[in-house]
Design a protein around this ligand. Structure first.
Ligand SMILES: Nc1ncnc2c1ncn2[C@@H]1O[C@H](COP(=O)(O)OP(=O)(O)OP(=O)(O)O)[C@@H](O)[C@H]1O
Ligand SMILES: [Mg+2]
Length: 295
């Protein structure tokens, strides 16, 4: 049973919460909702049951149970939230695809252009599915993250080469300052995924005339790999959310992407015993620093 004091505390906490949060009891009845959550769920009234469907369409809302529902463990709850978020993300390209196909049926439509847009939507959906599958594999441990040590510089050079055209196109200069001897406790494929995601982000978000620097060094505390650019960076308030699945900054929403890249990076790094940190000063770009402490 949820006691009155806990209900009162949940209401005070939700009222003062900046994000979208709802607190439910074990029967999924609403106990409290933060102001942002009330805006997203205008019909929600205290005491009424909140169906899973209503919440699935608002994946940004964090759902907390004051008394955990008997049929679901915390882990299952987390999985259910993730599945809801994936379904939501997949619905968007599919809805746009349907609209494009319907437009293509209209007389006089520019079929070539509409098909090109439809192709891009399919690519979006495919990228999302690939990322989700990869993340799933990482989490079940089937994809072994760390197996021995890898000399990092050749992998950095290879990724930088493969992205040189894209960087050029975006008006960005790539600089590598790597120490030849650094080894990282990651399989080459995992290291490639990490570097590729970080460089692709800088190329995509930093903008024309910027520079992105990859630093690789052995320090007294361990090996450090960092990727920093001098683009627009990320507002301080958004920094803690950067590694969340599906998190995308407001400005990023106009570009392609699913918000899984940094979640994958964090998962790989922490699974191999490392740490990842993001720092950004207003107008001074974003730096992502990965460190593997010497044990
Ligand atoms: N170098 C950067 N400069 C500014 N903002 C960045 C940078 N890197 C990441 N971000 C912000 O962090 C968000 C999350 O990045 P993440 O790599 O997880 O997802 P994504 O790039 O949007 O999509 P995906 O990587 O799945 O294609 C981005 O949408 C963007 O708002
Ligand atoms: Mg990315």
């Amino acid at each position: 049973m949820v006691n009155e004091e806990n209900i009162r505390r949940a209401r005070v906490a939700a009222e003062n919460c900046a994000g979208a949060v709802v607190v439910l009891d074990s029967e999924r009845r609403l106990i409290a909702a933060s102001p942002d959550a009330r805006k997203r769920l205008p019909g929600a009234v205290s005491g009424n049951r909140l169906a899973e469907d209503a919440l699935a369409s608002e994946p940004e809302i964090l759902v907390l149970f004051l008394d955990s529902p008997p049929e679901l463990s915390a882990y299952q709850e987390l999985r259910a939230g993730f599945t809801a978020a994936v379904s939501h993300e997949l619905r968007t390209p599919l809805a746009r695809l349907l609209a494009l196909l319907e437009s293509a049926m209209l007389p006089g439509s520019d079929v070539g252009e509409l098909m090109e847009q439809a192709r891009r939507e399919v690519e979006n959906a495919r990228e999302l599915i690939d990322d989700v599958l990869f993340l799933g594999e990482l989490e079940t441990g089937r994809e072994v993250v760390s197996l021995g040590r890898t000399a990092a510089k050749p992998v950095v050079d290879e990724v930088v080469d493969s992205l040189a055209d894209r960087a050029d196109h975006a008006g960005m200069t790539l600089v590598v300052r790597a120490d030849d001897h650094v080894q990282l406790p990651l399989r080459p494929r995992m290291l490639r995924v990490v570097i590729e995601n970080l460089l692709a982000n800088s190329i995509r978000y930093a903008g024309q005339g910027t520079t992105c620097t990859v630093d690789l060094a052995e320090t007294p505390h361990g090996a450090v790999l960092s990727v920093s650019d001098d683009g627009g960076g990320v507002p301080a308030a958004d920094l803690p959310r950067l590694f969340e699945r599906f998190y995308r900054g407001d400005q990023a929403r106009t570009s392609r992407g699913t918000g899984l890249g940094l979640a994958i990076v964090k998962h790989i790094v922490t699974s191999a015993g490392g740490e990842v940190e993001a720092t950004s000063e207003p107008g001074e770009g974003l730096a992502i620093q990965i460190s593997f402490p010497t044990s």
